[in-house]
Design a protein around this ligand. Structure first.
Ligand code: FES
Ligand code: FES
Length: 160
């Protein structure tokens, strides 16, 4: 992070494998930088206060709530959003499982749920339904698609 104009910092993020350089107010959240500056609107703004999980992305492979993360604070790090999961037209196995298991209803919470699910499978926290529920508990779905979401995580884990 280097100072440029007063009140503005230069932030370089590697987003979905591409380096993006932004001049930002240091108070800008990672969520707003992604959505408003980089047009990556797959990451959703639900509560904007760390309570719903809709804004979950990965930073250096670990899930974070992007509404509680300052963009300047993760300068130089690798950020993965839901847009970075698919390989061309080929959906990530977790995305496929969400579709197969009907784990999305209105779909608003889905990007955050998918990002958490990818992380928790990689963390080895998808061993049982109880464990999946515990490790997905920071992601709220207002439609109540929880049963299908758990099924999707199990399906993706078994396919992994
Ligand atoms: S928008 Fe970040 S936790 Fe709700
Ligand atoms: S699918 Fe609607 S909030 Fe989750």
């Amino acid at each position: 992070m280097a100072a440029s104009a007063p009140g503005v910092v230069k932030v370089a993020l590697e987003v979905n494998g591409k380096t993006r350089t932004l001049s930002l107010d240091p108070r800008v959240t990672l969520l707003d930088a992604l959505r408003e500056r980089l047009d990556l609107t797959g990451t959703k703004k639900g509560c904007d206060r760390g309570q719903c999980g809709a804004c979950t992305v990965h930073v250096d492979g670990r899930r974070v709530l992007s509404c509680l993360t300052l963009a300047a604070g993760v300068s130089g790090k690798a950020v993965t959003t839901v847009e970075g999961l698919a390989n061309g037209d080929r959906l990530h196995p977790v995305q496929r499982a969400f579709v197969e298991c009907d784990g999305l209803q209105c779909g608003f919470c889905t990007p955050g749920q998918v990002m958490s699910a990818v992380a928790l499978i990689e963390e080895g926290h998808a061993g049982s339904e109880a464990e999946i529920r515990e490790h997905m508990s920071g992601n709220i779905c207002r439609c109540g698609a929880y049963q299908q979401i758990v099924q999707a995580v199990r399906t993706a884990k078994e396919a992994a």
